[in-house]
Design a protein around this ligand. Sequence first.
Ligand code: AMP
Length: 285
Amino acid sequence: MTVPILRNLADLRALRSTWVQAGETVGLVPTMGALHAGHLSLVEAAKHDCDRVVVTIFVNPKQFNKPEDLENYPRTEKDDARKLAPYDVDAIFVPQADEIYPEGYATTVSVSGVTDVLEGAFRPGHFDGVATVVAKLFMMTGADRAYFGEKDYQQLMLVQRMARDLNMPIDVIGCDTVRETSGLAMSSRNLRLTPEALDRAAVLNRQMRAAAEAARIGTPWGNLRAEALTQLAAAGFGEVEYFDLRCATTLAPLETPDRPARLLAAAWMEGIRLIDNIAVATIET
Ligand code: AMP
């Protein structure tokens, strides 16, 4: 079945009001398109929980801190619609930039704390752009539940914080990261890697799993980090922006996983910035 593609807010609101009148719940899956199995897992979760599902596709200019990244971001709307067809979603909302940010637009949503480190430190302005567009998509769709990937761990924390702080009437649900069989986290940016670089990129997750396992049995984090950086350089990674052990709830740096912990990493492969994160089991004592 072809899914209706709506390009303006009035059409989305008209459709939504028929659902609300029928007492139906609405699930939202916000994306920037170039859909892969990771996005589709969010759609599946939304379909499972909600009567109606809206997938949004909007490459949000405000969350790109580098103009060339925005320019090169893959845009594959026809393919995206084809991939969504088997899921029987109720609408694909593809808003136009001037409806999201009309002339004179002056409001920014900013969440402090969790956004100050890691991605927030390396991508100035990124999380303000995310919070702003997600708040707008929540208001525009009036959804009851929204689905986000743990792949973007800080983003998920930020959206949960924002929804709580602003009393937004929406449940924010986190879903597991979907990976290639190599362990590489699926990402729209992977489309820009050569097949050979894709193979080498899998070393990032492999090193993360090895470090997480060694941390759990008490190896000092400094040693594990140094070993991982050596292996990543050998695999052809360029700059590793961070490869950090952090508290899973506050993101404070940890030396040992003596509480629920997360290993988060960002590294460059052939000019493409890759991020990943995994849970780290608490140290055995
Ligand atoms: P994006 O289109 O990259 O902005 O991602 C849209 C949503 O899909 C976000 O909630 C991401 O966290 C989620 N997502 C991206 N990659 C994956 C993945 N490999 N597994 C699960 N969710 C993902």
